[in-house]
Design a protein around this ligand. Structure first.
Ligand SMILES: C[S@@+](CC[C@H](N)C(=O)[O-])C[C@H]1O[C@@H](n2cnc3c(N)ncnc32)[C@H](O)[C@@H]1O
Length: 279
């Protein structure tokens, strides 16, 4: 019998190993692990044991030398917090439907580009797709709309693409949404209908990388992602978001997040909502 499977001991993370791992993650992904030492030990000890790696120092070397992307993916899936839910921070979707969409719909071009940056398991981009579908109704076909949804975790992107959620995840949505946008696919599982799923394009994307998408975005949602970044990383990212925003376009951030208004060119609209406007 393999007694090792009963071994629950934690691999110790020394001060130096923690510093090295912290710098690597910060420099590559912008994620600040300063207060996550215990989380790292707790979440990664099993991974190290399963791979027969005896120290975090050895693990860091494995991470840095892995060219397949597999090790990094497993690591990121372990350390990122992917908590999300449908219609989170509901006033954002309300503002989108009542103010932003009517404004953007006045433009001669019937095109709408939206980005859910740090989309986790899909609840945010699917909520966006549902709001857009509700707003345009039977005129939706006249519009060229696209929602790009990106994350660094392949784990969550896989879940998002499937679009299957337990009943408790959709319970609080309006009854009309539940019947219109979800199909029961199991005892306790509901899947987002194809019409909404096909509105969202999922991509693996590290927010530390240059933003080179073909067209600028009319709306960017980057909520509850920058809480893991420090000020410098956040300011730089906001600047890159600004350059990727169409004139008149909007940026939504999480309610617990802030933008340094002295450093950003975005105009403050209301808490956690900003606009790119020359006026
Ligand atoms: C707490 S979730 C937020 C999900 C959703 N935006 C919401 O508000 O419910 C944060 C997500 O950001 C992603 N993330 C963290 N650092 C990232 C980076 N450097 N690039 C891309 N995504 C990142 C994580 O993988 C995670 O899925």
């Amino acid at each position: 019998m393999d007694l090792d499977i009963f071994n629950n001991s934690t691999t110790q993370l020394s001060d130096k190993e923690f510093m090295d791992l912290k710098s690597f993650v910060y420099n590559t992904y912008g994620i600040d692990l300063s207060r996550k030492r215990q989380l790292i030990e707790a979440r990664l000890s099993n991974t190290l044991r399963a791979k027969g790696i005896s120290s975090f120092d050895q693990y860091l070397r494995v991470l840095k030398s892995d060219n397949t992307g597999e090790e990094i993916t497993t690591f990121l899936n372990k350390i990122t917090t992917n908590y999300s839910y449908f219609a989170r921070e509901a006033d954002h979707f309300d503002f989108l439907a009542k103010t932003v969409l009517p404004q953007l719909a006045k433009r001669p071009k019937r095109e709408l580009r939206i980005w859910s940056a740090g989309c986790s398991s899909g609840q945010e981009p699917y909520t966006l797709a549902m709001v857009i579908d509700q707003y345009f109704g039977d005129q939706k076909g006249l519009w060229d709309t696209a929602i790009l949804a990106t994350d660094i975790s392949t784990n969550v992107l896989g879940k998002a693409q499937l679009g299957i959620y337990p009943l408790k995840d959709i319970e609080n949505l309006p009854a009309t949404w539940k019947s219109k946008y979800f199909t029961k696919v199991g005892e306790d599982s509901y899947q987002v209908v194809p019409k909404i799923r096909k509105e969202v394009i999922y991509r693996l994307f590290n927010l530390m990388d240059p933003i080179n998408f073909k067209k600028p975005f009319d709306v960017i949602f980057c909520r509850n992602v920058m809480i893991y970044f420090d000020k410098t990383t956040t300011n730089q990212l906001i600047e890159r978001f600004y350059n990727a925003t169409a004139e008149g376009g909007y940026l939504f951030i999480g309610h617990s997040e802030t933008i340094d208004r002295t450093k950003s060119k975005y105009k403050y609209v209301q808490p956690s909502v900003y606009q790119k406007t020359s006026g």
